[in-house]
Design a protein. Structure first.
Lengths: 115, 308, 99
């Protein structure tokens, strides 16, 4: 049983690291603030959650496991609410989300859209 | 494993140098501040790699939390449009090279001097004296018993800094955020129980493991900053609370001084705490200094004396 | 086995944080830089958790807890005290523009 839990934990940690890599790919490639917000608050926090869950499965005691999960919960609260804060402030400051069909010389896009 | 550890450390050092370079030489102020915050995050990791979790805790709480918040606020106060500063003129180039050469030589000299230091340091002596201090964690023993006078002076310096900041004038009113942010009160409601729980936990852990008054006070101070940000602490601006505020600010220093003088009365030596009272007294001093550190950090954040 | 896996993971995550540093350098808006700092925080938390297993120091979990707690304060600070700067002078808005 313990052995199985350990292997499950390894699997979850590896999956979490993959999600982190996917999140930073999004940070590199996505065109504007609003899409990058998705890359970070979703992919990275899922990655952190999987790592925390994996480590919690391998933890020696209940208190330790609860602490891992508390860290994940805190990060979820912080980045979930933080994302709405940043997105609404960005909208209010005049950064327009990039639209698919408009010609994209909005301020935040990095590359010209294909014609 | 050794190779991996080397690789990790090299990566960490390279990242640290890169962030420091960016923080110093980026032409944009905001970018510099964010680089500085990221630098502190990596610095905490460096302390972890150096087997100093106590310093990592303090670095995380003070560097990444409170200093970052202060810098971000100061940035919001500065007039816009003067962001480009780091643009060396032609005649400054030789001076720049000279300064960099000097800094490199100083760094080399420091590294050599650190290499010459006696190897195990004072850890063995602290461990030997641990039984006579009343606590079971070496760092807490040094901070609050063996070298309590240094810690006391640090508290005094922080208080002096608060006086200095407050002497600048009335507190600056917060700008309103750019739009209505309903998430902000929710954030502070959700986090406030934790901003009380975590410092209490750190204080309790300080007696036997990394933790203690400084990180606990810094975390609580960050919670206070969040209160100020969401305008949830209007009482701090009121005139009739001035005296209370002053008393609370100096309470940590006062209790510390009282313990020191009491030790002098009982044993004849300044700051000598009798062993049978030591655990209780040290805990009391930690709680009081933690609370007043938290309040002092909040006080910095007002950027002026309230109640005028 | 555990230590190898986690050490490789920690190194990967640290390298991953480098992307955040690049985004801080690149911008183009303040929000991007702030997001990148948040991403570095998240990566640093994961690194700390893995390091705490490798070196068997439970104190590192506390450091990670502090990071998580303080990330929210930086974010709240940014939207209430810093980014209001952009609103005051919409004409210049230099920090929001292109590099």
């Amino acid at each position: 049983m313990t052995e199985a839990l350990h292997w499950l934990g390894y699997g979850l940690v590896i999956a979490g690291i993959l999600f982190f890599l996917a999140g930073s790919l999004g940070l590199l490639r996505f065109p504007d603030v609003f899409t990058r917000l998705h890359a970070l608050t979703k992919a990275d926090n899922l990655g952190l959650g999987l790592i925390c869950l994996g480590l919690a499965f391998q933890a020696s005691g209940l208190a330790e496991a609860v602490k891992y999960l508390l860290i994940w919960l805190l990060m979820l609260v912080a980045s979930g609410i933080g994302a709405t804060l940043i997105a609404s402030t960005a909208l209010a400051c005049g950064l327009a989300p990039r639209q698919a069909d408009t010609p994209s010389n909005t301020m935040t896009s990095e590359r010209p859209a294909p014609k | 494993m050794r190779l991996l550890a080397w690789g990790f450390d090299l990566l960490l050092a390279a990242g640290l140098l890169w962030l420091a370079w960016q923080a110093l030489f980026t032409p944009r102020r905001f970018s510099a501040v964010v680089n500085f915050m990221a630098f502190y995050l990596l610095m905490a990791l460096v302390w972890v790699r150096l087997d100093a979790p106590d310093i990592a805790l303090a670095e995380a709480a003070i560097g990444a939390g409170v200093t970052g918040a202060l810098l971000l606020t100061a940035l919001g106060r500065l007039p816009a449009g003067t962001s480009t500063g780091a643009d060396p003129r032609r005649w400054q180039r030789p001076l720049q090279i000279l300064a960099m050469a000097g800094a490199a030589m100083a760094a080399l000299w420091l590294a050599w001097a650190a290499y010459q230091l006696p190897r195990p340091g004072l850890a063995a002596e602290v461990t030997a004296a641990l039984d006579a201090t009343g606590v079971s964690h070496g760092v807490t023993a040094v901070l609050l018993n063996l070298r309590a006078f240094d810690t006391f002076l640090e508290i005094v310096i922080m208080l002096a800094a608060v006086v200095l900041v407050w002497s600048l004038g009335p507190p600056l009113r917060a700008f309103a955020p750019a739009t209505a942010l309903p998430g902000l009160p929710a954030l502070s409601h959700l986090l406030h129980p934790l901003f009380l729980l975590v410092p209490a936990y750190l204080l309790w852990r300080g007696t036997h493991a990394p933790g203690g008054a400084f990180p606990a006070g810094a975390v609580m101070g960050a919670g206070g900053v969040l209160l100020l940000l969401t305008d949830a602490a209007p009482w701090i601006y009121l005139r009739r609370h001035r005296l209370l505020l002053h008393l609370l600010l100096s309470s940590g220093m006062a209790l510390f001084l009282a313990v020191a003088l009491g030790g002098m009365l009982m044993t004849g030596t300044f700051f000598a705490i009798p062993l049978h009272l030591a655990p209780t007294l040290i805990m009391a001093v930690e709680v009081a200094t933690g609370l007043s550190i938290a309040l002092m950090l909040m006080a910095f954040y007002l950027l002026g004396e309230p109640g005028q | 086995m555990t230590n190898y896996l986690y050490a490789v993971g920690a190194a990967l995550l640290l390298a991953n944080a480098g992307v955040g540093a690049w985004r801080i350098l690149r911008g183009p808006t303040s929000a991007d830089r702030m997001l990148a700092a948040e991403m570095i925080t998240t990566s640093a938390i994961a690194v700390l958790l893995l390091l705490s297993i490798i070196s068997d120091q439970s104190a590192l979990v506390d450091v990670a807890l502090l990071f998580a707690l303080l990330a929210a304060v930086a974010m709240a600070n940014f939207v209430t005290r810093t980014w209001t700067l952009l609103r005051d002078d919409k004409d210049t808005r230099e920090e929001a523009g292109h590099d």
